[in-house]
Design a protein around this ligand. Structure first.
Ligand SMILES: [Ca+2]
Length: 190
C-alpha cells in the first residue's frame, strides 16, 4: 500500500513536471511568434507651451483662459469676446517634432462660437510658416465633439499654430474646448 502511494506520488510529480515543462515551452513558442510591435502614438500636447495672440479678458489662467485649450479636460474651454479674424493658438515645443494628427474639440454650448475655417501651420523660426492642413467651413455636429484630423506631415517643427480664420457664427464670440497634437513614433521624418 505504501509503495503504491509512493508510486502515485512519483507519477503525480512526474506529470506536474511534464506539464510545467510543456507550459514553459509553449510560452517560449508564443513569444517567438509575436510580430514586431509598433510603438503606440503619443499625445504630445503636454510637452508644449500654449500661447494665443488674443486671450480671454481674465487672462490665460482665467476660468475660460487659453490654458483651458490644453488641460485635457473637454468640459473646460477657451473663450474670447469678440472673435478676431487673425486669432491664432500656438504650441511651442522644446525641440522639433513631426505632428501626425490633431484634435479640435467643440465646447459645451453656442455652436455659433465654433471654429469653422482654419489652417494648421508649422515653423522653426516664428517667421516662415508652412501650411500643414486646412479646413474650410467645417461644421461640428455636436457639443463637446472631438474632431480628429490625420495629416501627412514628416517635417519637424518647434512651433505649431492653429490659425482660426473664421467662426461658424461669422462674428461674435469664439470658443473651443481642446486642441491636442498627436505624434506617431513609427512614421519616418525628414
Ligand atoms: Ca479644455
Amino acid at each position: 500500500m505504501k509503495n503504491k502511494s509512493r508510486l502515485y506520488a512519483a507519477l503525480l510529480f512526474g506529470f506536474v513536471t511534464l506539464a510545467l515543462g510543456a507550459c514553459e515551452k509553449e510560452e517560449h513558442r508564443q513569444y517567438d511568434l509575436l510580430p514586431a510591435q509598433e510603438e503606440p502614438e503619443m499625445d504630445i500636447t503636454s510637452s508644449g507651451t500654449i500661447s494665443v495672440n488674443f486671450d480671454n479678458a481674465n487672462g490665460a489662467s482665467g476660468n475660460e483662459g487659453s490654458l483651458k485649450l490644453v488641460d485635457n479636460d473637454y468640459n473646460s474651454k477657451f473663450l474670447i469676446n469678440p472673435y478676431r479674424e487673425n486669432l491664432y493658438l500656438q504650441l511651442r515645443f522644446p525641440g522639433g517634432i513631426a505632428v501626425s494628427a490633431y484634435v479640435v474639440a467643440s465646447a459645451n454650448d453656442a455652436q455659433d462660437r465654433d471654429p469653422k475655417t482654419w489652417d494648421l501651420v508649422g515653423s522653426n523660426d516664428l517667421e516662415n510658416w508652412t501650411v500643414i492642413d486646412s479646413k474650410t467651413d467645417y461644421m461640428f455636429t455636436s457639443r463637446l465633439q472631438k474632431a480628429r484630423f490625420d495629416i501627412d506631415n514628416s517635417t519637424l517643427y518647434r512651433y505649431y499654430r492653429l490659425n482660426i480664420k473664421a467662426i461658424r457664427g461669422g462674428s461674435g464670440l469664439f470658443q473651443m474646448a481642446e486642441w491636442r497634437l498627436i505624434y506617431d513614433p513609427n512614421r519616418k521624418t525628414d
